[in-house]
Design a protein around this ligand. Sequence first.
Ligand code: ZN
Length: 378
Amino acid sequence: MRTGWLWHEIYAWHDTGNAAGYLSGPGLQPFRHFESPESKARLASLVEVSGMLEHLTRVTATPASEQDLLRVHTDEHVESMRRQSEDPRGGDMGDGLSPFAQGGYDIARWAAGGTISAIKAVVTGEVDNAYALVRPPGHHARPDTGMGFCMFANIAIGIEYARQNLGVGRVAVVDWDVHHGNGTEACFENDPEVLTISLHQNGNFPADTGKVEHRGTGDGFGAAINIPLPAGSGDGAYQYALEHVVAPALRRFAPDLIIVACGFDSSNADPLGKMLLTSTSYSAMTNTMMELAEELCEGKLVISHEGGYSPVYVPFCGLAVLETLSGQRSGINDPYAATWDALPDQALAPAQKALVDRVATLVDEVPSPATSTLSTGA
Ligand code: ZN
């Protein structure tokens, strides 16, 4: 398996400054922002030190052009980011929680461009699958604003590039970041040709999106699926959701390309999530996505990095995903996995099963290539 690997040192130069997590103010001793370079940069370090890098095919990042950004975002949002980025004091992506230093606009263009490059490498057959370790993340960014530490919608920008330039038609996005992929969903809410499936912690962030009944609008109705799992969900819940919702939805939708919005903040170690996943779970989920990609779209699978805020644990999760994608072992084992895999709450619980079973009833309304033809009157 030729697995593409994309990382650029400039992603670690995106500076979110000091905060006590994501807040600052009276009573809060200044600390690092949760979305610091550490977790991603340390994943890149482990990929090198473990020897995994030797098994991967380097994919080169280039910055997204303004035209690439404007296929998804409004002029006003792009212009606001560019202008704030020139200010020596930096700016904010849109929600007051997502700061960036001077030059942040350019780094975010490198992040969107990285996802484009990974998609291009997979679609053109340069590699079989690919992992884009990009930063800042993208899945919360909506057409008209950034939020949740995301300036631009990296995956949506990559999809629009691929549809415009690479002859790609139907794309499915599976988002296992602990937060709802509200931005990706918003970019395609009217679009029956892009299926977005988000598995996330119910009500975590954003508080008011990602509910079961949010299913896309207009022609895009049915092409958004939300699986808002209860806090405390573990491996059993995620595997059950993949088997009973993700797999049948993808089979019905029949994508040309599958993209995973890969956040490791659904791990047991994350300060912003309350889920229990381990590197073992991410490896198993990657394997399931590879099998679905093999069955449905000649194996075309791109993983684009989103959140994940444990600098200690994210590297092991990322390494496990890369080992699975490439079929190669790095020789470094996750020292936490054995203890955390044995947590009793890793097993599927009744409330989790009930939620997934409820979402599973919506799969029949996912647009299939046949229904799309009918709806356009062809
Ligand atoms: Zn997240």
